[in-house]
Design a protein around this ligand. Structure first.
Ligand code: SF4
Length: 343
C-alpha cells in the first residue's frame, strides 16, 4: 500500500495544503460497445463502438490499484455493456480470483442484453459472477437508458438477479424511474426533451463526451467568461479513482477524453505516484485556471467563442475538441476515436 507522501505533488505541499487523494476505485471499461447510445454517456459508447479489454490489461490495472490502496480498493466492471462480451468478463473475474484479488465491487449493465437470453442463461451468468465474489449487480436505469431499453427487460433482470444474488445485492440506479417509467420511447422528440430536462434537474450530469453534444443545449448556459475563476484543482486532487478503457488508457474520475497515461506503459500505482497536476503540461492549466485558462491560446489559434456553455465541463469538452483537431496536447487529449465519429 502507498501513503500520501509517495506522490510527488503531495511531497511538495505544506502540512495544511490539500493533498492528492489515494485512488480507491477503478472502473474497467470492458468495451465501448453498448446496446444503447445514451445521450448523457461520457464515453460516447454505442452499438457501433468497439474495443475489448484484454485479461492482462484488466488484471494489471486491478493489481496496480491494489498496490495503492490495498484491500480498500474497489474495482467495478463496466462499459459499454460488459455482458455483450460475457466470456471475457468471466475470464477477467476468474483470473482476478486466481491471482488473489478480491471480487469486483460491481458489474454495471443496462439489462438490454437480457432480451435475447433465456432465464436459465441469465441465472448461469449471474451465478458465475457470484462465484467470483462480485458484490453487487448494478443496473443503470433512468430516462436516458429508457430511450433504448425496454423496462420489462430491466424488471426481468431485477427479478432473476434478486433470486440468484439476493435483492440487497441488486442495485437499480434509479429505482424511482423503475417504479415510474416515463414512457419516453413513445414520445416525439420535443416531449422527450422535457423529460430529459427534468432528469437533468433531478440528477446532475457532467457535460462531457456525448452529453456535451446532445444535452448541453437543454441548459440555459452562460458565456465562456462566466467560468473565469472556476479552476479544477479540487476535481483533480479529490478524484477517488480512475477509469481504464479497453486499450488501457487511464482517465481521472469522471473526466473523460483526457488521458493520464496508459497502463500498458505505466502501472496505475506509478501513474498515481508521478501525478503532479500543478506542474504537468495541460493539467496545470486545468489545475490553476480551469478550461478558461486555455481560452486565449485557443482563440489565437482560431477558436470561435460564439455560444453559451452549459458548464465549465462543456467548455472544457469544446476546447479539447478544438485542440484535438489542431493536434495539440495529443498525448493527453484522446483517445482519437473519442473525438472523431464516436468510438
Ligand atoms: S472542466 Fe474538464 S477537467 Fe475540469 S472537471 Fe470538467 S471535465 Fe474535468
Amino acid at each position: 500500500m502507498l501513503g500520501f507522501f509517495d506522490n510527488l505533488y503531495n511531497l511538495r505541499q505544506g502540512p495544511d495544503e490539500p493533498k492528492l487523494k489515494l485512488w480507491r476505485y477503478a472502473g474497467l471499461l470492458l468495451t465501448y460497445r453498448c446496446t444503447a447510445a445514451c445521450r448523457f454517456c461520457y464515453y460516447r459508447c454505442g452499438p457501433s463502438a468497439g474495443g475489448l479489454m484484454t485479461v492482462q490489461t484488466a488484471i494489471e490495472s486491478w493489481q496496480g490499484l491494489e498496490r495503492i490502496t490495498g484491500n480498500q480498493s474497489r474495482v467495478h466492471l463496466t462499459g459499454g455493456e460488459p455482458f455483450l462480451y460475457f466470456d471475457r468478463l468471466a475470464e477477467i473475474c476468474v483470473e482476478a480470483r486466481r491471482q488473489g484479488l478480491k471480487g469486483p465491487e460491481s458489474v454495471e449493465t443496462n439489462a438490454g442484453w437480457a432480451a435475447g437470453e433465456s432465464d436459465r442463461s441469465i441465472q448461469d451468468k449471474l451465478r458465475l459472477l457470484n462465484d467470483c465474489s462480485m458484490e453487487r449487480l448494478k443496473i443503470s436505469w433512468d430516462p436516458f437508458h429508457e430511450e433504448f431499453v425496454d423496462v420489462e427487460q430491466v424488471r426481468r433482470l431485477v427479478e432473476i438477479a434478486g433470486r440468484v444474488l439476493g435483492p440487497q445485492r441488486v442495485l437499480v440506479r434509479w429505482q424511482k424511474y423503475l417504479e415510474h417509467p416515463t414512457g419516453i420511447r413513445n414520445m416525439p422528440e420535443e416531449d422527450r426533451f422535457l423529460v430529459l430536462k427534468d432528469a437533468l434537474k433531478a440528477d446532475k450530469c457532467r457535460f462531457t463526451g456525448r452529453a456535451a453534444e446532445s444535452l448541453a443545449e437543454l441548459e440555459e448556459g452562460a458565456a465562456a467568461e462566466a467560468f473565469d475563476g472556476q479552476d479544477c484543482r479540487r476535481t483533480l486532487l479529490d478524484a477517488k479513482g480512475i477509469h481504464v478503457d479497453p486499450e488501457g488508457n487511464v482517465f481521472l474520475g469522471q473526466c473523460s477524453g483526457m488521458m493520464l497515461g496508459n497502463v500498458r506503459q505505466t502501472p496505475v500505482d506509478r501513474l498515481w505516484q508521478s501525478f503532479e497536476p500543478n506542474k504537468m503540461e495541460f493539467w496545470s492549466v486545468l489545475f490553476n485556471c480551469g478550461p478558461v485558462g486555455f481560452l486565449s491560446s485557443a482563440v489565437e489559434q482560431g477558436y470561435h467563442v460564439g455560444r453559451r456553455y452549459a458548464s465549465k465541463c462543456h467548455l472544457c469538452t469544446e476546447l479539447r475538441g478544438f485542440f484535438f483537431d489542431k493536434k495539440r496536447y495529443s498525448s493527453i487529449i484522446g483517445p482519437n476515436k473519442f473525438y472523431q465519429d464516436g468510438i
